[in-house]
Design a binder for this molecule. Structure first.
Ligand SMILES: NC(=O)c1ccc[n+]([C@@H]2O[C@H](COP(=O)([O-])OP(=O)(O)OC[C@H]3O[C@@H](n4cnc5c(N)ncnc54)[C@H](OP(=O)(O)O)[C@@H]3O)[C@@H](O)[C@H]2O)c1
Length: 393
């Protein structure tokens, strides 16, 4: 092994994934050297991080926040600003770029990191889903993208147990979210606070709502297909409320290999940063001196239609997965603002998908054009839902 520290750029360093990535790096100061950080608007935390890790280059999307960071460092740290700043930072290249930005705005930074020849530790699944074949082409060798999502990290680890032609099925586990066991009718009355109260994981707001609707699991099915080249009919979702088994691979002889660890994102982050090596310090570990019950149950597809909607979007391919994601992002934002009810999120996404005509083999402009279209249609449908609710009350 090379003794030189691995240079790392963390995009979205002020978010849930970014902060945990820096926690992991702080545990391995000899192993990693942070050479760039990026944030959206949280200038204060970004400044503290840049100081603590002696970073010389940062990117800030928000103009006011960028000004504050510049003032704080008075020339000692180079500050890139604007929506393209994260991509510019990523294009500088590092051994590893960890993309922890939320949403499809992570696509350009993902492409920039791959074009610069970096290994991409990918938390921002949206960029793979929206960019699809474009991202795969930029990666060339599929091993250049190492997943940070706990389920895909688990699958990547389990896949080491066999050869590609020996894989029968990928099994993604889902906690079931806070509304597991409820009926569709019961979901009409749930609040934003209910949806943000995830039983096993602590995450950013958007991904927490996506976990409650199971849209996140739908996105993960597409992500698994794109990352591991396994057809959709051989990717299965199973509900596992304890979130200890993160993913399983069934091989052709019926043997199933699973990855188990406490629900702690620092492990998949650490696996991705160190890949293909394992780092010796466990962020947390199973306690086998206590009883551990593991339950598995089938997915309730009627109450949680998002997995099937996403899978259908993935099968249609081209611009459709990006349209699913964009419509979902808009519907989740409207839900968080109290503008649509919880089941309305799925209704908006289904309606936008219904209207979409997929573009095959899209280039970046077509991908971004389809996204803009989907956001516009979602806005229109959200307004119509609001008007209907106002008329009924
Ligand atoms: N959290 C988890 O446990 C988890 C697990 C698996 C996968 N993921 C995936 O990881 C990604 C990040 O999730 P998260 O939970 O960490 O989200 P989060 O806590 O909301 O953090 C998002 C990060 O993106 C930055 N950001 C926001 N707007 C931006 C912009 N316009 N340009 C550049 N950066 C911007 C934020 O900066 P500010 O703080 O300055 O706004 C923050 O650093 C998502 O794709 C999610 O699906 C998360």
């Amino acid at each position: 092994m090379d003794d030189r520290p691995t240079s790392v750029i963390i995009l979205g360093s002020t978010g849930s994934i970014g902060r945990q990535a820096l926690d992991v790096i702080a545990e391995h100061p000899q192993r990693f050297d942070v050479v760039g950080l990026s944030a959206g608007a949280n200038a204060e935390l970004l400044c503290r991080q840049a100081q603590a890790f002696e970073v010389e280059r940062v990117a800030v999307a928000d103009a006011d926040a960028a000004r504050s960071v510049r003032e704080a460092f008075s020339g000692r740290v180079a500050v890139l600003d604007g929506e393209s700043a994260a991509a510019t930072l990523a294009s500088a290249g590092a051994d590893v770029v960890l993309n922890g930005i939320v949403g499809s705005r992570g696509l350009r930074p993902t492409l920039a990191a791959l074009d610069a020849g970096s290994r991409l530790a990918l938390a921002n699944k949206e960029s793979l889903i929206v960019g699809g074949e474009l991202v795969k082409a930029a990666a060339g060798d599929p091993g250049r993208i190492v997943p940070v999502d706990s389920e895909h990290s688990a699958l990547a680890q389990c896949l080491r147990a066999g050869r590609p032609h020996e894989v029968a099925r990928l099994i993604l586990t889902a906690s079931g979210g806070p509304f597991r066991g409820r009926t569709r009718d019961e979901l009409g009355a749930v609040t934003v606070a209910d949806a943000l109260d995830h039983p096993t994981w602590s995450m950013g707001a958007v991904i927490t709502v996506n976990s409650a609707t199971l849209a996140n699991k739908g996105l993960e099915v597409i992500e698994a297909h794109l990352l591991f080249d396994v057809p959709y009919d051989r990717i299965q979702v199973v509900v596992h409320p304890q979130s200890i088994v993160h993913g399983m691979v069934e091989f052709v002889d019926g043997a199933t290999v699973a990855e188990l660890s406490p629900p702690d994102m620092r492990l998949p982050i650490q696996v991705a940063l160190g890949w293909p090596d394992r780092l010796p310090t466990p962020p947390s570990r199973m306690d086998w001196d206590r009883p551990v019950a593991l339950e598995f149950e089938p997915l309730d597809r009627e109450t949680f239609p998002m997995v099937d909607l996403a899978t259908a979007a993935g099968r249609r391919g081209g611009t459709t997965p990006g349209v699913f994601n964009a419509a979902n992002e808009e519907a989740v934002a409207a839900f968080l603002q109290g503008r649509v009810r919880f089941p309305g999120i799925g209704d908006v996404v289904a309606a936008v998908l219904e209207e979409h005509t997929a573009v095959e083999d899209p280039d970046l402009d077509a991908v971004l054009g389809a996204e803009t279209w989907a956001r516009g249609r979602a806005h229109h449908l959200i307004r119509a839902l609001e008007d209907r609710t106002a008329t009924c009350t």
